[in-house]
Design a protein around this ligand. Sequence first.
Ligand code: NAP
Ligand code: MG
Length: 493
Amino acid sequence: MDSQTNKLAFELAFDDGWRYAPAPESTDHIRLDKQYELFIGGEFVAPQEGRYFPSINPATEEQLASIALATAPDIDAAVAAARKAYGKWSKVTAAERGKLVYRLARMLQERSREFATIESLDGGKPIRESRDIDIPLAAAHFFYYAGWADKLGYAFPGRTPRSLGVAAQIIPWNFPLLMLAWKIAPAIACGNTVVLKPAETTPLTALKFAELVQDAGLPPGVVNIVTGAGDTGAALVNHPGVDKIAFTGSTDVGRIIQKAIAGTGKRYTLELGGKAANIIFADAAIDQAVEGIVNGIFFNQGHVCCAGSRLFVQESVADEVVQKLRDRMETLIIGDPLDKNTDIGAINSREQLERIRSYLKIGEEEGAEMHQSSCPVPDRGYWCRPTIFTGVSQSNRIVQEEIFGPVLAVQTFRTLEEGLTKANNTPYGLSGGVWTDKGAKIFKMTQGVRAGVIWANTFNKFDPTSPFGGYKESGVGREGGLHGLGAYLSLEG
Ligand code: NAP
Ligand code: MG
């Protein structure tokens, strides 16, 4: 169906008396306080300078809660609490540690509906995604690392695994609870203690998680949560009492951190940006590939480090793929993140929306052709229609730079070698995708594309057992799986 017929069918359906029926998730079951304090040493404590900032619902622009702003004295207190707790936590039996991490996993599952709703309210992602992906995967990480807690010697045979000490953990706003799980689960399962800073725009699920930590009976100070913006993160990174830094965010901030800690002996992992190639061969199952393209770039509004934001289509099927993609885009529903029908929720913040809009302008100025879906968007809140650019070239900024929004740059290739060369023409190396009917092509491409994760005939699949991380400017180190466990241990001798 082309987009014109598609629209017609939509209108006819309306004439038949069919009406779009929203199915919003209820918010009756969630409890949000008006104000949230810092979580330090097992208690919620007011910030020492008494400053607060709002957390906004990006779909309505309304304030959800007032959040404590942590400054240097609060970071001192949080690191001191983590250090004190480390003395005891590193000596707790491994079986006891595992039991408590399992307990966190089960409690997350039990309260998953509440966490999913708050995640969607605070960050703008569709409830279908937070309910089916973010929260279950976060719980899965706690289950997975709980299982390793008393088996570290088997994980690294012949070595003597020892915890590192106090981990400073800084996470972005695109998968708030999931990134928290990637960080906290392996750290505490290995016997470290943590101070975690969630992103300024999405602190709420981390603060609700702090309530779980209290309810689960974790010793005070094993997990500390400090809220704030970039300055708070910098104070945490630069604190001399920290042994390990785990950062997920932009390449620019990753660079600042790497410079700041050079020569300090602090261990670090950096999970940074991406600009993944999604490569479609002519022999691929085209309809499935189109679904994969949609998932690759429009999942979570394109706020995904491993998003398939550069599409490469083999020339002989390029027109067909682009037409099918445009038709499919017309069917995507944008709007209320709490509505179970919604495919594309709100852009996370006004700042991010402005950044995406600036790239749409850059794309047009660079001479690319922009195609957007025509679906209606709400009046209030931050929204961006699904967008693709055709007629782009390798040197265009929209091809080289990470936009972090629902914006896809489409290019073509003729031979496998050309596809490979173009796919690797990027400073990033986080992820990639290949779609083909031929196993040999899958092997050639997965070996040739320089990226930490490559999906074949699928995209954006995650599992706690599987390591994740980048090459080149996409980062240093891996999270997830055994690799993620090793990142929180010293393995000498
Ligand atoms: P960001 O600006 O780098 O921020 C990430 C976190 O660092 C936030 O908590 C931020 O605080 C904090 N921060 C900012 N400046 C800092 C500094 N100088 N020192 C220490 N911490 C500082 O990135 P973002 O815009 O939130 O997130 C988007 C980026 O994350 C994208 O580039 C995306 O690709 C990347 N990402 C990577 C992965 C991965 O696994 N590789 C996963 C998800 C996202 P604020 O609260 O002020 O922002
Ligand atoms: Mg928010």
